[in-house]
Design a binder for this molecule. Structure first.
Ligand code: FAD
Length: 453
């Protein structure tokens, strides 16, 4: 009887153990289920849906080249899988483990009604398997990474299966356009189309391009004006490439790549955190954040979302995000810190905006990085360390980056562009929402108030 492969964020054929194992067992029915019910308010955001459409298109084509197909269904995963098994006579479902709390619940539900075989393959080591001396899980990145590194390198990536046997009769499938994952009017995806090639082939191209430059990563990764990072995050998020493939390609290239590999380690760390704190995306992990006097200002929140705060580096980042679905990591840190500390807006509002607009929006990585920035996370309490956007912008040489994303400032000199003096602010570029010094004082006094309550 056929075997179902339940695909989620693992949209690749090579180094995909669920597909490889199913292919060894018999005819394979690969299915992707568009499921907005299981994650509920964590259903995919707009940018992720755009990516998903193209990634599924690419996977469908790759399966077709092998004589197979990708079946598309919509609904609650456990119900859809049960129905598909009944229709096709499939006895087994193969899938990769996922660690978002809603997927763990869904895996339990599926396991109750069908034989579900879960494989490891989307992380360097199975989340939950890297333990402290006393058998617990790590809360802090550095010791986690040290322990994870001891277990590296990860497995040798598996090749894509030579053949994938097909069932005698294919079950029905939706078509991708039925799902309306792409924007219509307005079509906000032009910048994304120009920048990305979703799918396994696009992921490999990115990886190959990066490998050539990997030894420059260390020196360039903090410079937003330089393409110095891998830009693999959406490909990794959707599982179009495995971290083991990335690891081996980069490590084999030689040079000083330890810092880059450590960043891949952050990705594993984030899953390790949400395994311990499933509601990490919605709850402060420490006091006194529950009592923090957050401001609710729709005007300020919207100015931040639209890249109109009057701080060029923040505005450049937020506009890059809107246009391309991605933002440079250094600028993510600056923009996130600005929302939380300069505007005193609850990080969860920023996390939600990122959830909707990032093509790499990832429950674990987004929550871990927002909590880290706010200082409310399990790892460090850094609320009182307040980033100065101007200093950051100068230090990381963001003039070119600002010119690209805030074109109304393009004529300003390198000296002026980070912090345009009032006489030189072009008409139409907003005044600062708040002066840095005032923001700093306001944030520190809010912190004192929270601590005292
Ligand atoms: P590279 O520097 O080339 O790193 C290689 C890979 O390592 C990345 O593709 C990513 O998978 C992983 N990685 C790197 N840095 C981190 C990190 N700090 N945390 C977790 N994984 C990391 N990353 C996401 O993938 N999804 C998110 O939703 C996300 N939200 C973020 C929110 C905030 C507020 C901040 C400050 C950072 C966030 N990041 C998130 C982390 C980081 O900014 C991106 O992973 C990185 O910018 C992606 O670009 P890259 O692929 O060129 O990274």
């Amino acid at each position: 009887s056929p075997v179902i492969v339940w695909l989620r964020r693992d949209l690749r054929l090579s180094d995909q153990p669920a597909i490889a194992e199913a292919a060894r067992k018999g005819p394979v029915i690969p299915v992707y289920i568009l499921d907005d019910e299981t994650p509920r308010h964590r259903a995919m955001g707009g940018a992720s849906r755009w990516w998903l459409h193209h990634s599924l298109e690419s996977l469908g084509a790759a399966l077709q080249e092998k004589g197979s197909r990708l079946i598309l269904r919509r609904g609650r995963s456990d119900e859809v899988l049960a129905k598909l098994a009944e229709e096709t006579g499939a006895q087994e479902v193969h899938a990769l483990h996922h660690y978002e709390p809603w997927w763990r619940n869904a895996e339990k539900a599926v396991g109750k009604v069908l034989t579900l075989c879960l494989h490891h393959g989307n992380y360097l080591a199975p989340p939950g398997s890297v333990t402290t001396g006393s058998g617990g899980l790590y809360k802090i990145y550095t010791p986690f990474w040290r322990a994870l590194r001891e277990r590296m390198p990860p497995h040798d990536p598996q090749r894509r299966p030579q053949t994938i046997a097909v069932p005698s009769k294919w079950p029905e499938s939706d078509t991708l356009p039925d799902w309306k994952l792409l924007p219509t009017t307005p079509d906000w995806a032009g910048g994304m189309r120009a920048m990305w090639e979703p799918g396994e082939k696009g992921a490999r191209k990115r990886l190959h391009a990066f490998v050539e430059e990997a030894s420059a990563y260390e020196g360039q990764r903090n410079l937003p004006g330089v393409e110095g990072t891998s830009m693999l995050s959406p490909h990794l998020h959707f599982g179009e490439i495995s971290p083991a493939q990335v690891w081996h390609a980069v490590a084999d290239a030689g040079g000083s790549v330890a810092t880059f590999l450590g960043e891949i380690g952050w990705r594993d760390y984030a899953q390790n955190v949400i395994l311990q704190y499933p509601d990490y995306g919605g709850r402060y992990a420490r006091d006194p954040f529950g009592a923090f006097p957050w401001r609710t200002s729709t005007r300020d929140l919207e100015a931040w979302q639209q890249g109109r705060t009057g701080y060029p580096i923040v505005d450049a980042g937020m506009r890059q995000l809107w246009h391309t679905g991605w933002m440079h990591n250094r600028v993510r840190m600056i923009a996130a810190s600005f929302l939380v500390k300069h505007l005193l807006i609850d990080w969860r509002a920023g996390e939600q905006w990122f959830w909707d607009t990032l093509v790499d929006a990832d429950y674990g990585s987004n929550a871990v990085n927002w909590q880290w920035t706010a200082g409310s996370g399990v790892d460090a309490n850094m609320f009182v360390r307040i980033m100065a956007p101007l200093t950051q912008s100068e230090k990381f040489d963001a003039a070119g980056y600002i010119r690209e994303w805030v074109p109304e400032l393009a004529d300003l000199s390198d000296a002026d562009i980070h912090d345009p003096p009032s006489g030189k602010r072009p008409k139409g570029y907003p005044d600062r929402l708040i002066e840095h010094r005032d923001a700093r004082e306001r944030a520190l006094s809010a912190w004192q108030q929270a601590k005292g309550s």
